[in-house]
Write a protein that binds this ligand. Structure first.
Ligand code: SF4
Length: 289
């Protein structure tokens, strides 16, 4: 059994300049400068291993709602951004806000505000209407209609020439292109701006590149990580057998039956390297057994 690593895999963000690695770096710096005073509402990024690591090694406190953060403490905004209402409540509590919103998400937030100020109607396409990014971006202006990709074929747009369609950063590039081609055919005057981020498209393209070269694909990522789920969907379009695991203990040796010699491995954008390394070591240990 041979492991073939995807050419794009793991944390996005160029070693701390943006994305997941940037958000983690900002949270670490905040924790080092204000020990035991740093709070995050929800997950910083969609991976429980990262949450546990920051809690254990940096003393960051993860809470489920803003009212659980004591007044005057430090609040790190997650990579998926925050709604204006959430930020107003944080200001009222006199929290020191460290904004770890990924610039790709912040760009989408700005675009929503700009388009709305221009009088445009906005349709925002999300993987899940309750996804943190969908909430933070769609809340930037009143009246943004949030739909899922699955709902796009049935979507009726009353004034297409005055409407702009935007997307979450982590949708499937294949499915998005397909659905948008049909939508554009139905509404030629509609402006469609797919806003998929480079980290997402790079990882999805890496799956397509691997498909011709491996017998099986293992995606390493959390079940609630949108970009990791999309990698599995992209693999399905190629017919390549694939599974996703959150950590090494979830691997089932029975998946790797007859005819599987080369296993592709790709990690989602919020998966830490040590989790992926353990997965690779396990597969390679079968080779050496
Ligand atoms: S997946 Fe894209 S949008 Fe999400 S944190 Fe990474 S670079 Fe930013």
């Amino acid at each position: 059994m041979q492991v073939v690593m995807a050419r794009a895999s793991g944390f996005c963000g160029d070693d701390g300049r943006f994305g997941v690695s940037g958000a983690i770096k900002l949270a670490q710096e905040a924790a080092l400068s204000r020990p035991d005073e740093v709070y995050i509402v929800g997950d910083l990024v969609h991976n429980t291993h990262v949450t546990e690591w920051l809690r254990r090694d940096y003393g960051i406190k993860f809470v489920s709602k803003l009212s659980d953060v004591p007044d005057g403490k430090v609040l790190v905004i997650k990579a998926h951004g925050a709604t204006p209402d959430f930020l107003a409540q944080a200001a009222a509590k006199k929290l020191t806000v460290v904004d770890a919103t990924c610039p790709m998400v912040a760009g989408a937030q700005t675009l929503v505000r700009t388009l709305s100020a221009q009088g445009k109607k906005i349709v925002y396409v999300a993987s899940d209407k309750k996804h943190d990014e969908a909430r933070s971006v769609s809340a930037q202006a009143k009246g943004v209609k949030v739909v899922t990709l699955e709902q796009l074929d049935e979507l009726e747009i009353k004034r297409p020439a005055e409407t702009v369609v935007l997307t979450q950063t982590t949708l499937s590039m294949l499915e998005t292109a397909d659905k948008f081609a049909r939508l554009q055919a139905r509404y030629p005057d509609l402006e469609i701006r797919a806003h998929l981020c480079r980290a997402t498209t790079d990882r999805q393209q890496a799956v397509l590149d691997l498909a011709a070269d491996v017998d099986f694909l293992l995606v390493v990522g959390a079940p609630h990580s949108s970009n990791s789920r999309r990698l599995l969907e992209v693999a399905a379009t190629t017919g390549l057998p694939a599974r996703a695991v959150d950590e090494v203990s979830e691997i089932d040796e029975r998946w790797f039956g007859a005819g599987i010699f080369r296993v592709g491995v790709i990690a989602g954008a919020s998966t830490p390297e040590w989790i992926t390394a353990a997965v690779v070591a396990k597969i390679e240990s079968w080779k050496n057994a």
